[in-house]
Design a binder for this molecule. Structure first.
Ligand code: SF4
Length: 279
């Protein structure tokens, strides 16, 4: 049994909040390059170049990629041979978010749903904890912007809807969203499980590096087909027209109940931010 002090988790989360909000990562940089090669609309092309330049400036000058620094979504993979000491894990995570958003001068965007009073420190975080084999703790911080999150949906399809139903719903969702999720987007799709599990699968699918293949050949083909259909909508970068409405479609799937067919679409804007650390 390995002992890990939760103070270390607080420190890591503080750093990851700042890093994720200022450094988009190489996979996004390459995705912008591929999109720039393919965009035919002069306006769309200009926007893609601006987004790439914006990401470069943010990384070099350590300023936020976007003014919306997001809800701090935190994924914890907790090794079952780890004994956490020094306090409560959830409290340690919230404290890390509090410090990261304070020390990084990141906008605090979390408020009471009715009064809209800001909590003042970007807490609470959204925490997803999974117990896994081993004696390590993996932490992923994925700040999620409000504009793209608002365009996301969960639907309970009927089993007879099949793959065609999935395609139809996802493409229609992107079409209805238009410029709201700040395209070019990444479309996270969760299929199966239950109502809440489908949403979690959709969010988790966004953590896969851009440009990587889905390990399931059938899903990989479905991702390509949906992406092609989306990019024929003509919404384009920032909704001003063009070929590149989405950079990628990612799918995670699991079995579901014989009477159900849950589907979740989590739309991610071009500020596709997430960073990880292993303790
Ligand atoms: S949706 Fe994304 S890019 Fe648009 S304002 Fe929100 S965080 Fe920024």
């Amino acid at each position: 049994m390995r002992e890990i002090d939760v103070k270390l988790i607080t420190e890591k989360i503080r750093d990851l909040c700042m890093e994720a909000n200022t450094d988009l990562g190489e996979d996004m940089d390459h995705a912008f390059d591929r999109a720039i090669e393919r965009e035919e609309s002069p306006m769309g092309l200009e926007i893609l170049k601006e987004l790439k330049e914006n990401a470069r400036i943010a990384k070099e000058e350590k300023v936020p990629i976007c003014q919306d620094t997001g809800f701090a979504v935190v994924f914890i993979e907790l090794g079952q041979d780890v004994h956490l000491v020094g306090g409560d894990l959830s409290a340690a995570i919230h404290e890390g978010v509090r410090r990261g958003y304070r020390d990084g001068y990141l906008r605090k965007s979390i408020c009471h749903p009715f009064t809209r009073a800001n909590t003042g420190d970007n807490t609470p975080a959204i925490i997803h904890t999974e117990v896994v084999p081993g004696e390590k703790v993996k932490i992923i911080v994925a700040p999620k912007g409000g504009g793209s999150e608002n365009m996301s949906r969960v639907v309970m399809l009927t089993p007879s809807d099949g793959i065609a139903g999935v395609k139809r719903f996802v493409v229609e969702r992107v079409k209805e969203s238009g410029s709201n999720p700040c395209p070019p987007t990444i479309i996270g799709i969760g299929i199966g499980g239950t109502f809440e599990q489908a949403a979690l699968l959709a969010k988790k699918s966004l953590l896969r590096p851009l440009g990587s293949k889905n390990p399931d050949p059938e899903l990989d083909q479905l991702e390509s087909g949906i992406l092609t259909d989306i990019n024929q909508l003509g919404i384009g970068p920032q909704g001003l027209g063009g070929r590149i409405t989405s950079l990628a479609v990612h799918i995670l799937m699991m079995p579901c109940h014989i009477a159900s067919f849950p589907l979740a679409v989590n739309i991610q804007c071009h500020a596709q931010r997430h960073k990880e650390a292993v303790i």
